[in-house]
Structures are given as C-alpha cells and as structure tokens.
Design a binder for this molecule. Structure first.
Ligand code: SR1
Ligand code: MG
Length: 424
C-alpha cells in the first residue's frame, strides 16, 4: 500500500526538479538562463533522502527533499517528512554560532519538505576522502570549533531557562528520527534482530558474545537512557564523517535532520567513534603492509586534536559567556567561589569526556553489527581482511563503553587504539 503524504507533497525526480526550481524566483536567478539549459543529477547516497545538484550558466545549487520512507530500506519503513523542517531549523540555529561551517540555506518549502542550499564544491564527503587516504590539515580545528560553539550556545550554560525550554519544545517532535538512533544504535546490535548484519561467518561468534555480554548491555542501556532524557544542548544528532564535507581548507557540517536536544557527548562521541572506525579500517585499504602508517598516525592525531580543541574552546566559552541560568555567574564572583567553579568545570568536562567515549563505542559497534554500515569497512572486499579490521574496532568499542572511566585522557584512547592495531 502506498504511503499517504500531506496534500501538495510529491517526490521530485531528475525530470521534475527543474520545473520546481524555475518556479522559485531566487533559485531560478541563481542558476541563470532557463531550465532547458540546466544540468541535473540526483546524487543522494545517504540512507534517507533525495539530493539533486543543479547547474546553470550563472551558478549552481543543491536541492534536498525528504522521502516519506527510509530510502535505504524502502516503503516498508515509513518516516515522517517533517525531518526536513527539523533540519532547516537546526541549520538556522547552527549558522548563528558557526556560520562558516554549515551550508547556506537558500529556500525552504514546507509543502514539499525540501531545502535548497548552496552547492558545496569542490568539497567531498569526508568519509570518502578518508577511505582514499586524504589528509585534512584544518579539519580538527574547524570541527572542534563547530562542536564547542553549537553545543555551548544551545546549553543551559549560555541560555536563559525559558529560551532553553523553548528550544527543547521546538525540537521535541523529532521523535521518529530519535527512535532510529534509539533502536539502531542502542538496541538492535545487542539482540537478534532481522535488521542486523555483519561480516558472516567471520564475526558470528563475536556478535554472539556481544549479545551475551551483560556488562556491555548494561552500560549501553545507561547511555541510551542518557540519550533519551538528558536535554543538555541542541545536537546535530548524526555527527559522523558522512555528515561532513571537506576540502583541504574548509569543513562544512551537513544533514542535521536528526537534531534534537540531548546529551552533548553524543555529538562529540559519534564523531570520535567514526574517526576511530576509519582508523581500524585503514589496514584493509593498504596495497602493501605499512602503506597507510602515516595516515593512521594522522587520524589518531586528529582524534586527540578534536577532543582537546573542543574541550579548550568549550571551557573558554563558559568563562567568557556565563549567560545561562545554570551556575549563575553572580554566585561565583569571590576568588574562593571562582576557584570552586573552576574545579566544577573540570568535573563537568571529565563527565562529558566519559559520555563521549561511551557514545563513540556505541557508534563503532552499530556500524559493524547493526543495519547501517560504513563504506570505510564495507569497501574492504575480502571478508577475512575486513573482519580482522572490524574485530579490532569492536574491541576498542567495548573498552570505551564499559571502561570509559579508566581512560584518563584522550591520549590514552589513541594509545590503546594503536596498541590494538599492533596486535596480530
Ligand atoms: C535508517 S537510517 C540509518 C542511519 O543513517 C543515518 O546516517 C543515521 O546514522 C541512521 O542511524
Ligand atoms: Mg545523513
């Protein structure tokens, strides 16, 4: 049975999108000429939406439209079109705090659940670049700036309580996208579920062990509860290397359709987890042993710089802009109070670090044993070789989740990743 959609909605195609764009004056003018001269390609390679690139004689743009179902699975898994509205709202909010790090929105259509944005070129999806072994020297600085600013300025540390609650209200309807995360990240990989898949038979035993690992399941359940109930800040919600476009000089964060108000460590951890998964995949892309040693070292350096840069800037923002209703600034003006607050900030960051490690681990597991995998591993053609990379990834993931408190700092995490990579 066809999925019912609101009146006025129709999914566009390579044939119909130009007619639509022609009807929106600012978009038509941006492209120049008339529609018959425009070049269109549908390039959506994500799991959910349609994405069109349209080029005209005067310029280009990107059109992203929500489908009423999960593209990866088909019409059997309906999904609310409203996720396009949440993405638009999140992009507007993020552009207030980190304008250079998100695409510029040109137009939103509330009937077609469609966003027109600047086309990012020559940027590529960062995951693609990492599979090809490309170094992004400015990435760590730029992404830690994005994380620190978008997360700090939407938290209770910066916002008055009423504005924070209004933000929770604005995003709390994004329940189905949150549910994807709740199910696909925090639940499915730890049970027998028809949606799960892995490199079989090589990882059959590992997957079974994980399903029987009570300590792991409990720690993941704790993280799931945090995800569901800890409204710390407005999250991007799907902060992995497939949601980032890069050049050597620039970083742009795209696709915040999973946005909601949740625990800060989820965004930071998801990114760290995806970088670490990429690290463990590198051996599978080597054409001779050791070929990617320098690249692996760059990834670990990036992991350290992302966390350290995030922590440094988040703390600096807290000191410079204590404008929220949490930790009221007027209570901590005396030197002794200020010192106590300094210690409290360190405790806060330590807790955030542990959250991030746990969420990193859950991201690494879901991409190996759940429904949606990463090309980083999937493009390793030979199953035994892929499984060896995935096993190392799973080992670190479990340690990050169950033993987060044992990692004194991010350097211990990258040392442990390097040690696991040396084994067998
Ligand atoms: C069914 S959607 C699968 C995944 O794709 C997105 O990138 C999110 O990570 C989601 O969990
Ligand atoms: Mg996406």
């Amino acid at each position: 049975m066809a999925i019912e959609t609101p009146e006025g909605y129709r999914a566009l195609s390579e044939h119909s999108v130009c007619g639509y764009v022609e009807s929106v004056a600012p978009l038509r003018q941006r492209l120049g000429g008339n529609a018959s001269a425009w070049r269109v390609r549908e390039v959506g390679d994500g799991n959910l939406n349609l994405v069109f690139i349209i080029e005209g004689p005067a310029g280009d743009l990107c059109v992203k439209q929500a489908l009423p179902y999960v593209r990866l699975v088909g019409e059997g898994w309906p999904l609310p079109l409203e996720r396009a509205w949440f993405e638009h709202q999140a992009l507007l909010e993020q552009s207030r705090h980190a304008p250079d790090l998100v695409p510029q929105v040109l137009h939103y259509d509330e009937k077609l659940f469609l966003l027109a944005m600047e086309r990012l070129s020559p940027h590529i999806i960062m995951r693609r670049g990492m599979i090809d072994g490309l170094v992004y020297p400015r990435f760590a600085g730029q992404i830690s700036h994005f994380l620190a600013r978008t997360l700090y300025f939407t938290s209770d540390l910066a916002l008055p309580a009423a504005r924070k609650k209004a933000m929770i209200g604005r995003f709390c309807g994004n329940t189905e996208l949150c549910r994807i995360t709740e199910d696909l990240i925090f639940t499915d990989p730890y049970m027998v579920h028809e949606r799960n898949r892995w490199t079989t038979p090589e990882l059959d035993e590992t997957a079974r062990e994980l399903r029987q690992d009570a300590a792991l399941k409990l720690a993941v359940a704790r993280l799931k509860l945090r995800f569901m109930s800890d409204a710390q800040a407005l999250l991007h919600g799907d902060m992995h290397t497939g949601s980032i476009m890069v050049t050597e000089a620039e970083t742009k964060v795209i696709d915040p359709e999973f946005a909601f108000v949740g625990p800060i460590g989820f965004d930071v951890g998801k990114l760290l987890g995806n970088l670490l998964l990429s690290y463990f995949s590198q051996r599978g892309h080597e054409t001779r042993p050791g070929e990617r040693d320098a690249y692996r070292a760059w990834i670990l350096e990036t992991v350290r710089e992302v966390w350290d840069g995030f922590e440094r800037e988040f703390l600096a923002l807290w000191r410079a802009h204590p404008t929220g209703d949490a930790y009221p600034a007027m209570l901590f003006e005396e030197p002794a109070d200020a010192a106590a607050l300094g210690e409290e900030r360190s405790r806060y960051m330590r807790a955030l670090f542990q959250d991030a490690l746990g969420f990193a681990g859950t991201s690494m597991i879901r991409r190996t044993l759940g429904l949606a995998h990463n090309a980083d591993m999937e493009e390793i053609a030979e199953p035994a070789r892929r499984a060896a990379c995935e096993r190392r990834n799973l080992r670190l993931a479990r340690e990050l989740i169950v033993h987060a408190a044992d990692f004194a700092d991010i350097a211990r995490v990258t040392q442990r990743a390097a040690a696991l990579e040396q084994e067998s």
